[in-house]
Write a protein that binds this ligand. Structure first.
Ligand code: SAJ
Length: 432
C-alpha cells in the first residue's frame, strides 16, 4: 500500500464514512473536525450522524485502533478534504471551510503527499483556490506533492454501500496526481475508477446534481399542469417511463438536502448569462413549498385558524437530515397565512418549528382539519386511515408523495387529495 496513513478533514456525512471505511481496511486514519462537539461525541464512542451501518463501522474502527479523531491535521501520507460547501443567501458559493481546511494542511504538508478535495465545489476550485493555499508551504503541486479532486457521489441512506460500489471519478491537476488518487481509493472502491483532470471532475459532479434538479423541476411543472388539466401525473409518469429512453422523476413538495438544492447555483454563479435553464429549474423547485401551501389553502377554503397536521420534516424519506428541507418551508408558509400547525417526524425529533411538535402521528393529527403528508418515511406509508378518522376535526388529506391509497382513505370518509392529481380517480398503472 502506497498510502498507509490518512488524514480526513471534516467528519460529516462524507468524511466520517470515508475515514472509517479506510480504517476498516487497516489504514491508519486520523479524522479531523473543527467542531469540538463532533470530536467529543466521537471520542466518547458516539456518532453524530444517523446512517445505516455507520455506528458499527465507526466503533469497530476505534476498537481496532485504526481510527482516531483530532481537532488539527497531523502529518500523513494523504489528506482528504470533505468539508461543507454551502451557499450564501445570495446563492454564491461559500468556500470558507475548504479554504480553512487547506490552510490547516499547510504546516504538515510534506514532499510526496497526496491531497484530495472531495467537497462539491465550483469548477476550478482545486486549481485556483486549493492549490495556491497548499503551495504556501513552499512545495509545488505536481512537482512536490500530488493534488486531485474526487467528488463523493453517495446517496444519503445508502452511503456505506455506494462509497464502495459506485464509480469513482478522480480528477488530477496532472496525470500522476490522478493515478495517485486511484491508488488510494482502490483500497476500498470496488466500482470502476475513472481518471480525468480536476476541472472535468468538478464539472461532472455539478452536472450530475443539476441533471436531477432539472428533471425534478420538470416533474413539478408537469404535475401542476396535470392538476389543471384533470390528469393524474403519477399515472402519466408511470406510463411515459415505459418508453425506453424516458425517465421522468417524481414531483413533490420541493427539493431539499445540501446537494441538489445547492450545487446548480455553482454553475449559475460562474456564468449567469448562459445558464437560464439551470436557474429556472432551481426557481421552479424552490417555489414548490409555496405551491403546496396554496393547495392546502384551497382544500380548506382559507388557512386562518385552520389546523394542519404535517407528517415529515426531513428533506427526504428515511433520513434524519433537515438541511434545506422543503417541509420546513411549507410549514413557514402555512403559518404565515394563519394556519395552526402540529408536526411529527420520527426521524427528526429535535427540530423546532413554527407550531407544535408532536410525539406521534396520532398526537399530530388529533383535531386536524387537514393531514399533510410531506415525507414518505416508512412508518407513514403504513398509516391506516381508519385509525385517524375518529380523531381528526375535518377529514381531509393532501398526500404530496403518492404514498397512500386513495380508495382506502376515501372508504373511511376522508376527502383525499394527491399532489399532481387533477383526475381524482383510481389509477391503473401506478405502483406504490
Ligand atoms: N426529489 C424529488 N423527486 C425525485 C427525487 C428527489 O422531489 O424524483 C427530492 C427529494 O425529496 C429531496 C431532493 O429531491 O428533497 C434530493 O433528493 P435525492 O435523493 O435526489 O438526492 P440527495 O440530495 O439525497 O443526494 C444527491 C445524489 N445525487 C444524485 O442522485 C445525482 C447523490 O448521489 C449525491 O452524492 C448527493 O446528492 C450529493 O452529495 O451531491
Amino acid at each position: 500500500v502506497k498510502y498507509s496513513t490518512i488524514c480526513v478533514l471534516g467528519l460529516g456525512y462524507i468524511g466520517l464514512p470515508t475515514a472509517s471505511t479506510f480504517a476498516a481496511r487497516n489504514l491508519k486514519v486520523v479524522g479531523v473536525d473543527t467542531n469540538p462537539h463532533v470530536v467529543e461525541i466521537l471520542q466518547k464512542g458516539g456518532v453524530h450522524i444517523q446512517e445505516p451501518g455507520l455506528r458499527a463501522l465507526v466503533q469497530d474502527a476505534f476498537r481496532s485502533g485504526c481510527l482516531r479523531v483530532a481537532s488539527q491535521p497531523v502529518e500523513a501520507d494523504a489528506f482528504i478534504i470533505a468539508v461543507p460547501t454551502p451557499i450564501f443567501p445570495d446563492k454564491s458559493a461559500d468556500l470558507t471551510a475548504v479554504k480553512a481546511a487547506a490552510e490547516s494542511i499547510v504546516p504538515v504538508l510534506r514532499k510526496g503527499n497526496l491531497v484530495i478535495l472531495e467537497s462539491t465545489s465550483p469548477v476550478r476550485t482545486t486549481q485556483n483556490i486549493v492549490q495556491p493555499i497548499l503551495e504556501q508551504s513552499g512545495l509545488k503541486a505536481g512537482r512536490d506533492f500530488l493534488l486531485a479532486y474526487s467528488p463523493e457521489r453517495v446517496l444519503p441512506g445508502k452511503i456505506l454501500q455506494e462509497l464502495v460500489e459506485n464509480t469513482r471519478v478522480i480528477g488530477g491537476v496532472d496525470r500522476a496526481s490522478a493515478e495517485a488518487g486511484r491508488d488510494l481509493y482502490a483500497v476500498f472502491v470496488r466500482g470502476e475508477i475513472v481518471l480525468t483532470d480536476a476541472a472535468t471532475a468538478e464539472t461532472v459532479k455539478l452536472m450530475e446534481n443539476t441533471f436531477r434538479d432539472v428533471n425534478i423541476a420538470l416533474a413539478n411543472e408537469l404535475s401542476r399542469l396535470a392538476e389543471k388539466s384533470g390528469v393524474n401525473i403519477w399515472e402519466a409518469i408511470a406510463i411515459a417511463n415505459r418508453h425506453p429512453r424516458v425517465k421522468l422523476l417524481r414531483p413533490g413538495p420541493g427539493v431539499g438536502g445540501h446537494c441538489i438544492s445547492v450545487d446548480p447555483w455553482f454553475l449559475v454563479e460562474s456564468a449567469p448569462g448562459i445558464t437560464p435553464l439551470v436557474r429556472t429549474a432551481r426557481e421552479v423547485n424552490d417555489a414548490q413549498p409555496q405551491y403546496v401551501a396554496s393547495r392546502v389553502e384551497e382544500i380548506l377554503g382559507g388557512l386562518t385558524g385552520r389546523r394542519v397536521a404535517v407528517l415529515g420534516l426531513t428533506y427526504k424519506a428515511d433520513v434524519d437530515d433537515i438541511r434545506e428541507s422543503p417541509a420546513l418551508d411549507v410549514i413557514a408558509r402555512l403559518s404565515e397565512r394563519g394556519a395552526v400547525l402540529s408536526a411529527f417526524d420520527p426521524m427528526a425529533q429535535e427540530v423546532s418549528i413554527k407550531g407544535r411538535r408532536a410525539d406521534s402521528v396520532e398526537e399530530a393529527v388529533r383535531g386536524a382539519d387537514c393531514v399533510l403528508l410531506l415525507v414518505a418515511h416508512e412508518p407513514f406509508r403504513a398509516i391506516r386511515p381508519e385509525s385517524l378518522r375518529p380523531i381528526v376535526r375535518t377529514p381531509a388529506v393532501l398526500d404530496c408523495q403518492n404514498a397512500w391509497d386513495r380508495a382506502a382513505w376515501e372508504s373511511c370518509g376522508f376527502q383525499f387529495h394527491l399532489l399532481g392529481d387533477g383526475s381524482r380517480a383510481i389509477t391503473w398503472n401506478v405502483e406504490k
